[in-house]
Design a protein around this ligand. Structure first.
Ligand code: ADE
Length: 447
């Protein structure tokens, strides 16, 4: 539904009357994201983003609303679309539209709506792109290369035959692991056309958001969808990267009888074993599992041969960025019937007589059935995104000289965010004495 806002502009959101609910929810997030508020306050004074057009493809949540507020305070014009068809919290686009953000997002959007929304962001000719999963960057590159597919055709209906919009982009930032993998592959092939800051690769992002954010919100999504007990269950996690670690840790904490990890990488497998988890193949683990969650970034982690050995009633969910980790066509092919048994739970009846419960259509369960990562942890991630945006504006010439690369956020920016988070949590750090400074620097200089 296209909505006419108080400022008379067009946005594509579900329902503008949700605005007041959205504004209250934004307040809730604001009080839980203190570091971002400090950045917003400085941005208000310094206006480092004055006149800058930011094109963002992010989960449109209460936490994202706070990043938008910081950008607005800095003087940016914001064009925002959803980075997943199920992750939008519909009251937030309504509230953001009332504040002048150009927002194109609603929960349960179809593929046409999803790419039309990306088209609307591209049409604004952004100077900076902020992605979660690299869909916005990918479409901008396809347009420039003259590639066409169904997605590009939908975008072209919005923007016409323009191919060079990418030339106005100074730089970008990427929020998530999957996006970084896609962008690094493009950079390695010489296909990336502008520099992108790897927000996900910064310690302030992946040590906290990926572990504690994904850990808690994935369990939250499973519980909201099923209201099941975790204690006494056999809980299988596909992948033991930062996200898998967080999920496994929280499943253990809630009393899962066994937490089993499946891995392809020996170090990750060893870490899991040292943390007291069992490690085995998915084929073995699927036989015992009550709950299986994937968090690998790879496709077909759960597929035909695994569905065939699962116990009756097994729950399966995905917490990775794309809905490819569970092979749903395989599940459908093995099934005689499928029922939507409750919101976000589809029950598949297999020809072997067993039932398998698929949560959230195999899309990231923490954002589909719950509210994504809590604001306290997104405070770190989105503080980095706000500072990455400022960095791109201040350093666009240097970034252009560095070339088309995936670039680390400078360490001092990351350290500063961690330091501020400690301060806002009341965590007091020790300080080195002058003698200690001298001692450490003697090692550094070798004197
Ligand atoms: N990614 C994971 N959780 C999120 C949230 N709450 N808001 C925006 N992006 C997210």
């Amino acid at each position: 539904m296209t909505i006419e806002t108080e400022t008379g502009e067009n946005y594509e959101i579900k329902d503008f009357s949700l605005k007041d609910e959205g504004l209250k929810t934004m307040q809730w997030a604001e009080s839980r994201m203190p570091v971002l508020q400090l950045i917003k306050k400085r941005f208000e004074e310094e206006k480092p983003l004055k006149g800058v057009r930011i094109g963002a493809c992010l989960h449109v949540t209460k936490e994202t609303s706070q990043l938008c507020e910081a950008w607005l305070a800095g003087g940016a014009e914001i064009y925002l679309c959803a980075s997943n068809p199920l992750s939008t919290q519909d009251e937030i686009p309504a509230a953001l539209a009332s504040k002048g953000v150009h927002v194109y997002a609603w929960k349960f959007m179809d593929a046409e709506g999803y790419y039309r929304s990306i088209g609307n962001v591209i049409k604004a000719r952004p100077n900076i792109t902020i992605d979660d999963g690299a869909d916005l960057v990918s479409i901008l590159h396809k347009l420039k290369r003259g590639e066409t597919d169904e997605e590009v055709e939908i975008v072209k209906k919005v923007i016409g035959n323009e191919t060079d919009i990418i030339d106005e982009v100074w730089g970008g930032a990427e929020e998530t692991t999957t996006g970084i993998i896609r962008l690094q592959a493009m950079a390695d092939d010489g296909a990336l056309l502008y520099p992108i800051m790897a927000t996900n690769s910064s310690p302030c992002k992946n040590l906290y958001d990926n572990v504690y954010g994904t850990g808690q919100s994935t369990i939250d999504g499973i519980l909201r969808a099923t209201a099941d007990l975790i204690a006494s269950k056999v809980f299988v996690v596909g992948g033991y990267g930062h996200c898998g670690k967080g999920i496994a840790m929280r499943a253990k904490g809630l009393g899962a009888r066994r937490v089993i990890i499946t891995e392809v990488e020996p170090h990750a497998a060893l870490q899991a074993v040292m943390e007291g988890m069992e490690v085995m193949s998915m084929h073995e683990a699927a036989k015992f599992a009550d709950i299986i969650v994937t968090a690998t970034g790879c496709k077909d982690v759960i597929r035909k041969e695994h569905f065939e050995v699962m116990k009756d009633g097994c729950l399966i969910a995905n917490s990775g960025h794309f809905n490819v980790e569970i092979n749903i066509p395989d599940l459908e092919a093995l099934s005689t019937n499928k029922t939507q048994i409750r919101p976000f739970v589809e029950q598949f009846s297999l020809s072997n007589g067993r039932k398998i419960n698929l949560l959230g259509e195999g899309r990231l369960i923490n954002l589909a059935a719950a509210e994504g990562h809590p604001p306290e942890v997104m405070d770190l991630s989105f503080s980095l995104q706000a500072l990455a945006s400022e960095y791109i504006v201040k350093n666009k010439e240097d970034l252009a000289k560095m070339g088309e690369k995936v670039v680390q956020i400078p360490e001092d920016i990351d350290d500063n965010v961690a330091y501020l988070k400690c301060e806002t949590l009341g965590v007091k750090l020790d300080e080195l004495t002058p003698e200690q400074e001298k001692y450490l620097s003697s090692w550094r200089t070798g004197t």
